[in-house]
Design a protein around this ligand. Sequence first.
Ligand code: ATP
Ligand code: MG
Length: 629
Amino acid sequence: MDLKSFHRRSIEDRGGFWAEQAGLIEWHKPFAAVLDYSRPPFARWFVGGETNLCHNAIDRHLLTQPDAPALHFVSTETGEERSYSFAELYREVVRMAAIMLAQGVGRGDRVLIYMPMIPEAAFAMLACARIGAIHSVVFGGFASRSLASRIDDARPSLIVSADAGSRNGRVIAYKPLLDEAISLCAHKPERVLMVDRGLAPFASVPGRDLGYAALREEHLDADIPVTWLESNEVSYTLYTSGTTGNPKGVQRDVGGYAVALAASMKHIFCGNPGETYFCTSDIGWVVGHSYIVYGPLIAGMATILYEGTPIRPDAGILWRLVERHRVSVMFSAPTAIRVLKKQDPAWLTKYDTSSLRALFLAGEPLDEPTARWISEGLGRPIVDNYWQTETGWPILTVAHGIEKTPTRFGSPGMAMYGYDVRLLHEQTGEEVAANQKGVVAIEPPLPPGCMQTIWGDDERFVKTYFETIPGRLVYSTFDWGIRDPDGYYFILGRTDDVINVAGHRLGTREIEESLSSHEALAECAVVGVADQLKGQVAVAFAVLKDPARAGTPEARQALEGELMAIVDRQLGAVARPARVHFVGMLPKTRSGKVLRRSIQAICERRDPGDLTTIEDASALDQVRDALAS
Ligand code: ATP
Ligand code: MG
């Protein structure tokens, strides 16, 4: 079938379409209705059906492939490597579930998981799913203040954590951060379950803190059946990345999510049982939830849990893992590829990556030069995909399981089945024509797998997402895009980031893409800065592959001129940045997204705002220094 007909059917015959997809997972009790949309914009999928994420991720494979690998743990930080078959993973998850139950954690209770990338983190997530507890994973890189606000929001009875994580060879002790966070919280968790990796000694709080290793021994032979859950019960809550400000607590269901992931593994990622999936994200992000833990396992694939960076011990590590585990599907982020771009390209061909059918990239705009660089360097297909924490799985991409539509560099692809994607005029709410810019919106109901609501705040859910475009109840992605006549979308930037130069509306992304076509650039960020004459002007910050290219004032000026000329030629003088500043790095969130709002604030001499999710605050000093010089 062709993708467009497949998509059309998913919208015109929602019931029939999703009933079919629902057959990809196992149900304990069949659903009575595919969709209940009696209270827009709240959608309830597979009403009355009973299933379980852990059952679909693990138990169901015990019959067909108990000894097939399910999880490979690789840490280039500590040198550890461990593999678990489905049968072994089952045992570990059941033990973890038994520990939780013994601590009184039950259906609907929250468990906050603050962990590095170790197998126990996945065990904890799957154990929650097994017993119907709601997990709330907080990215292990966050410090106490971010953690505290999430503890207060989730109000967990149990926190699962570890002594430490490690990043770039540096041990980061988690326990002191956790203790501090708990002291800052209004809500006090009853128990803290500690996994001790032996990386950082820690003090235990008697009566509150429990040791995982000892409790695991007590429950070695535990047998904990899955708790069958109604499809619309809550599986987890998870925060958005906080790129635009206050993170939102996304709440997700059970049945819809399981079906959506199973369908995406089939139609989009084309993964088969017995194969290996390698996603370089972190379990603290939605990509990690969907495509490190649940998606691959539901599809019967082995998943790689990787603690490490793309360039340690060397820039060949990702490809060495692909070779070693015969990875068929890989998922990473443009930001990781841009890191590799600053390294010797010979690493891309040093290992046998022929098992790799495709490398999927998401999280940030994938500029054409970066896409070409990695695609040509590896000689493997690259598939951009666009989505959000809120949606749980891709909104825009290509679905090679349906039709081999070609990918187009610069475009994440077409509307995926289930998503009734519209491009709307920000003020009038009317649909824009092909090749016109508009807000990327989704006509509700949102498909299975998408957020149910904001945790504990239905009103904020409706207000934040469905009431921003005048005159209609429609989901806004807060991204700005364009669609070509063939149905390929291009994301031009976030709606907050749109620049208005003398009445011309420009996406920061358009200008960034243009600048990136200069071979000297590794990456760049463009922001709109208030200007008395023009309203706003574009200002660019560029990171060079080789900083020596701007080593002298003359060289810098010449390069700035070249970059401006490129934008002039490609987009017109109106889009030309007023300045191109060279910096060593860009300020990014911990998930690798450029913090344009903070750069903009600094350019306008304002406070950079909420920086709790920033990766390296010294990047802001580089922006300040560049502006001062
Ligand atoms: P917050 O909502 O808290 O400000 P965030 O939007 O960065 O943070 P995420 O849900 O992690 O949180 O990121 C989703 C956003 O990332 C999208 O809305 C879009 O702006 C960007 N994005 C993701 N994938 C792509 C892609 N393939 N191309 C372009 N942009 C992308
Ligand atoms: Mg967002």
